[in-house]
Design a protein around this ligand. Structure first.
Ligand code: 3HC
Length: 303
C-alpha cells in the first residue's frame, strides 16, 4: 500500500538538499549543477584549502554559465552567480555534512577501501531518508554498497566532464535498489537539467565501457606508428563528428584516470584484449604528464 501511494509526483520533491563528498573536477561540477537548479548543497573536502580551490573553480564555471544565460544583462548574471554560490556551503566533516541530506553523492578518490570507510561512517550518521549515490567511473556500485545497510537506497549517479556542459547522467541500478529510489534519482536528474539513461552495474556502465576501449585503441594506433596524434584526432572529429578526437579526449580526462580504469578492468578481466593497459600512457603517468591538468600529455598546454 505504501509503495503504491509513492507516486512519481511525490518523488519529484524528495531531493532538495544534496551533500557532495569530494570537491575535485567532478564533485565541484555536481555541486554547481545541483545548486544552479535550486538545491541546497553541502560540498565536502578534506581541508579548507581544497575547499577554497573547489569553491573558486565553481565561481569561474558559474561565470561562464551566467554569461551565456544573461548575455546582455551583467547585473542579472552577477545575481545568478551570487544566488547560486549562496546555496553552496563548504564542510570538512562528512558525517556532520549529511545530517539533513536527502541525497549524498560521493565523488572521492577511486579507492574501494577509502570509499568503504566513508560509506560505513555515512550510513551511521545520515538519517534513514538519505539516499546514497556514487559517481565512480569504474568501480562496481554493488561492491561499494556492500558495506551499508541501506542498499535499497543506493545507486550510481555517473556524471561527465565538464559536468555543467555534458547533458548526460547515467543512473546505475543494483538489484537491491528500490523503485522509489530509482524514481527519486530519475526525477532529480531531470530537475538538474540532465538527460538520464539507466543501466546495470557492469564495468564502465554505458559510456566508459565504449569510450575507454576506443581511446585505448587510438593510443595503440599511435604506438604502432600508424598515424600522428593530430591526424587521429582530426580523423575522428571530421570523419565521425566527435567534438574532440580520442587523443585530445584522453589528455582532457587525464591519463591517471584512464590508466586507473584500465588497470582495474585488466586485473578483473585479464583475458579481454580491450582492457589491456597502454605502454605509452603508463609512461606519461610515471612522468606526471597527466594531460591538460598538468600542462602536458600527448600534447602540450599553456597552464
Ligand atoms: N563550465 C561551464 N561551461 C563550460 C565549461 C565548464 N567547465 N567548459 C566549457 N563550457 C562551455 C563554454 O562556455 C562554451 O559555451 P558556449 O558555446 O555557449 O559559448 C561551451 O561549453 C563550449 O566550450 P568551448 O567553446 O570552450 O570549447 P568547445 O566548443 O571545444 O567545447 C567541450 C568544449 C564541451 C569540452 C567539448 O569539446 C566536448 O564536448 N568534448 C568532449 C567531452 C567528453 O567527451 N566528455 C566525457 C569524458 S568521459 C567522462 O567524463 C567520464 C569519466 O568517468 C571519465
Amino acid at each position: 500500500l505504501i509503495k503504491r501511494s509513492f507516486s512519481t509526483t511525490t518523488a519529484r520533491n524528495v531531493i532538495n538538499n544534496v551533500t557532495v563528498i569530494g570537491g575535485g573536477l567532478m564533485g565541484s561540477g555536481i555541486a554547481q549543477v545541483s545548486a544552479q537548479s535550486g538545491n541546497t548543497v553541502t560540498l565536502v573536502e578534506v581541508n579548507s584549502d581544497l575547499l577554497k580551490k573547489a569553491q573558486s573553480s565553481i565561481a569561474n564555471n558559474l561565470s561562464r554559465v551566467a554569461k551565456k544565460l544573461h548575455k546582455d544583462d551583467p547585473n542579472a548574471a552577477q545575481k545568478f552567480v551570487e544566488e547560486t554560490r549562496s546555496r553552496i556551503r563548504g564542510a570538512t566533516d562528512p558525517t556532520e555534512a549529511v545530517q539533513d541530506a536527502d541525497l549524498v553523492v560521493e565523488a572521492i578518490v577511486e579507492n574501494i577501501k577509502i570509499k568503504h570507510d566513508l560509506f560505513k561512517a555515512l550510513d551511521k550518521a545520515a538519517p534513514v531518508k538519505t539516499l546514497f549515490a556514487s559517481n565512480t567511473s569504474s568501480l562496481s556500485i554493488g561492491e561499494i554498497a556492500s558495506v551499508v545497510n541501506r542498499k535499497d537506497r543506493f545507486g550510481g549517479l555517473h556524471f561527465f566532464n565538464p559536468v555543467p556542459v555534458m547533458k548526460l547522467l547515467e543512473i546505475v541500478k543494483i538489484p537491491e535498489q528500490s523503485e522509489e529510489t530509482y524514481q527519486a534519482f530519475l526525477s532529480w536528474g531531470k530537475s538538474i537539467g540532465k538527460s538520464c539513461v539507466t543501466c546495470k552495474d557492469t564495468p564502465g556502465f554505458i559510456v566508459n565501457r565504449l569510450l575507454v576501449p576506443y581511446i585505448a585503441e587510438a593510443i595503440r594506433m599511435l604506438e604502432r606508428g600508424e598515424a600522428s596524434p593530430r591526424d587521429i584526432d582530426t580523423a575522428m572529429k571530421l570523419g565521425a563528428g566527435y567534438p574532440m578526437g580520442p587523443i585530445e579526449l584522453a589528455d582532457y580526462v587525464g591519463h591517471d584516470t584512464i590508466s586507473f580504469i584500465m588497470d582495474g578492468w585488466h586485473q578483473k578481466f585479464p583475458d579481454n584484449p580491450l582492457f589491456k593497459p597502454s605502454v605509452s600512457m603508463k609512461k606519461l603517468v610515471e612522468e606526471k604528464k597527466l594531460g591538460v591538468k598538468s600542462g602536458e600529455g600527448y600534447y602540450k598546454y599553456n597552464k
